[in-house]
Design a protein. Structure first.
Length: 249
């Protein structure tokens, strides 16, 4: 069973959100976490359940292509709706595939070599050939990613928000890359922000934000925050390829 604790915000009755932190090509870990979510959803059915991925599907890990393939065809868990957010790594990948030279250089530096190899592309080959070798449905998935999702008292974004600016006026750059000015703020952001982007050893729960990037690609667990009504809990997929397990941390 999931160990729940009081949450800093609320969802409407009969709603649940499973929010997964940064994935970065860790496809088998993601599959394990999806299996845990499917088991929980089946054992504790609710009228409205959403599977949400916080962004950064690609780069650094071994199977970015597998991660996108897993999500591009629709929700992998029957009966759940799915929301997929844009991360800074996907934004850089989109620009690189569009032929932006600086973005291509940035992408390789930030872990894009691993993504290219997962598609069978030689990172040292001509950049002009990259786009033709990434499946069209994968590119449609990337272009269809959302910047923000709001439900109840929560707003879900990849990185964070800028304090003292309304949520509907946030700049894309801040939503994708925010760090210090967001992480160290005690401000009321207008909703509790659920985010990834900045790795932490264990989930961070504060009055104004919840951090769920627990460094899966760096050997950490992959985290799913389970939010329902006025409480939250967590599911964790260990950094292994084999058995599915649930840990309480």
């Amino acid at each position: 069973m999931i160990e729940f604790q009081p949450a800093p915000a609320k969802l409407p009755p009969d709603h649940r959100i499973y929010a997964i932190g940064d994935i970065h090509g860790c496809d088998r870990q993601l599959a394990n976490l999806h299996a845990m979510i499917a088991d929980d959803a089946a054992s504790r059915p609710v009228a409205h359940a959403t599977l949400l991925h916080i962004g950064d599907y690609v780069d650094r890990g071994a199977d970015s292509a597998g991660v996108i393939a897993r999500l591009a065809d629709g929700c992998p868990i029957p009966g759940l709706e799915m929301v997929n957010l844009l991360g800074n790594h996907e934004f850089t990948m989109i620009e690189a595939l569009a032929g932006e030279r600086a973005a291509g250089t940035d992408w390789l530096f930030a872990g894009g070599e691993a993504t290219l190899r997962s598609y069978g592309i030689d990172p040292a080959g001509p950049r002009e050939a990259w786009s033709a070798q990434v499946p069209a449905d994968h590119q449609r998935f990337l272009h269809g990613l959302a910047l923000m999702h709001r439900t109840g008292g929560y707003a879900f974004v990849h990185a964070g928000v800028r304090p003292n600016i309304p949520l509907d006026r946030q700049a894309r750059e801040d939503l994708l890359r925010a760090r210090q000015f967001f992480l160290y703020s005690e401000a009321d952001f207008g909703a509790v922000i659920v985010h990834g982007h900045t790795p932490v050893k264990t989930p961070v729960v504060k009055h104004n934000r919840i951090a769920i990037d627990t460094g899966a690609v760096f050997g950490g667990v992959m985290t799913c925050a389970v939010l329902e009504e006025d409480r939250l809990g967590f599911l964790f997929a260990d950094p292994v390829d084999a058995a599915v397990s649930i840990a309480h941390r």
